[in-house]
Design a protein around this ligand. Structure first.
Ligand SMILES: Cc1cc2nc3c(=O)[nH]c(=O)nc-3n(C[C@H](O)[C@H](O)[C@H](O)COP(=O)(O)OP(=O)(O)OC[C@H]3O[C@@H](n4cnc5c(N)ncnc54)[C@H](O)[C@@H]3O)c2cc1C
Length: 386
């Protein structure tokens, strides 16, 4: 029997696997989008998505039978580390990372057959419709509703913060399907095409003048009954089941490591690299990053052993986002006038203190705010009263 490339990869030891990934990325990643200063749009990162798709490397965690690589958690993390090390852009990955795994676990056979291949081919690009005005941290307070009318669900409401909605042709969303039930129990999970009549997307321009996220409106949007995933009123449990991996992804040291290198380069550029006060601050941040890497490694080691992550993974996200913010604070303090530029410093394409500073702000908000992560730690790790 002929062995496929993915079987070969699974059989490799970690170091050999890392080497294979590193070499392929170096040979195939488009150099012009290495270390992009902001989140790229589909038109900019499509080429990388399609290269991964063609290689069969788009969905490392999906089982082989659905077109994934079926890699162990440890090997998936090695891939992420190698992509980050090389400065690969994040793709439009909501399909691969969020809705795909959800369909694999809870979707009907027909949904799997119809949707999964289109994620892998890049035909369907997804966005996530969870948050609403007044339903962010308290997501179960969401008010978008879906009412059954014959063979269709009719959806009305508004979502906000929909990342890269203008690039997406499908959205997965949570909507209330039973107003009388307890908050968490009357919510269902839907798959909605963005070109359905009644869907309107309005980009929100952020501080970097970038249209990364949007408001999305649903006005009598009709979707076939089959577009509900899992059981009616059980969407909450399904949507929450996927959050663990997101927390470890958001807790990775990559953003802080990237920023720390820029901090040193910026110090050299402005001429304060040998200043004792700067050296003291830089050294502290370096040690904080080393601490963070050690913390991250303890969680990664759990995944490698095949263990589930506990509530303490929230600590990673808090620590990473606050460290990233402290590093970018230091950048702004030494940058002088160049700290006010909306573009990178001339002649230094990847030195852009204001850009990194602005990017660091929402890291303590998205993926669940740090206050909420601290509540989780207080209640579930420290056993304090909720
Ligand atoms: C860049 C970015 C991209 C995003 N992308 C998406 C996306 O693609 N799809 C999507 O659905 N959502 C997305 N979000 C939304 C994100 O998940 C929410 O912003 C987040 O859950 C917080 O909700 P909120 O903004 O409504 O703030 P709120 O919940 O209103 O919170 C405001 C403040 O009050 C604090 N707070 C609230 N409740 C408590 C409590 N019980 N105890 C202590 N403090 C509390 C919060 O921590 C925060 O500091 C994105 C957000 C950002 C910033």
């Amino acid at each position: 029997m002929q062995t496929s490339p993915a079987d070969d990869l699974n059989a490799l030891d970690d170091e050999a696997f890392r080497h294979v990934v590193r070499r392929w990325v170096a040979e195939n990643y488009p150099p012009e989008i290495r270390n992009p200063p902001k989140r790229l749009h589909w038109r900019e990162n499509k080429v990388w998505y399609l290269k991964l798709a063609e290689k069969g490397w788009l969905a490392p965690g999906w089982p082989r039978e659905y077109g994934g690589m079926g890699l162990s958690a440890g090997k998936q993390l090695i891939m992420i580390e190698e992509f980050e090390r090389f400065g690969c852009a994040r793709t439009n990955d909501h399909g691969v990372v969020m809705v795909g795994p959800l369909l694999i676990r809870y979707g009907s056979e027909a949904q799997k057959r119809s949707f999964l291949p289109k994620i892998l081919s890049g035909e369907h690009i997804w966005c996530q419709g969870y948050s609403e005005p007044n339903a962010g941290s308290d997501l179960a307070a969401l008010r978008t509703e879906a009412v059954l009318d014959g063979d269709h669900w009719v959806i009305n409401g508004q979502k906000t913060w929909t990342t890269l909605a203008t690039d997406a042709n499908w959205i997965f969303l949570l909507a209330r399907t039973d107003k009388a039930a307890k908050k968490q129990e009357g919510i269902s999970f839907f798959l909605v095409p963005m070109d359905a009549p009644g869907v309107t997307v309005r980009p929100i321009i952020n501080l970097e003048l970038h249209d990364e996220f949007c408001e999305t409106f649903f006005d009598n949007v009709r979707v076939p009954k089959e577009n509900l995933v899992g059981e009616v009123n059980k969407g909450w449990t399904m949507a929450k089941a996927l959050l663990g991996f997101e927390r470890i992804f958001l807790g990775s040291p990559r953003q802080s490591a990237y920023a720390l290198i820029r901090l040193k380069r910026l110090a050299e550029h402005v001429g304060c690299a040998d200043d004792p006060l700067f050296r003291d601050r830089y050294t502290r941040l370096r040690l904080d990053l080393a601490d963070h890497r050690a913390l991250y490694e303890t969680h990664v080691a759990k995944l490698r052993r095949g263990e589930a992550l506990g509530a303490d993974v929230s600590m990673l996200k808090v620590h990473q986002s606050e460290l990233f913010q402290r590093i970018t604070d230091a950048m702004m303090e030494i940058a002088g006038e160049e700290g006010g530029l909306l573009e990178p410093i001339e002649g230094n394409r990847d030195l852009h203190p204001a850009g990194l500073f602005i990017q660091a702000r929402p890291t303590s908000i998205y993926g669940g705010t740090n206050e909420i992560q601290r509540n989780i730690l207080a209640k579930n790790v420290l056993d304090l009263p909720g």
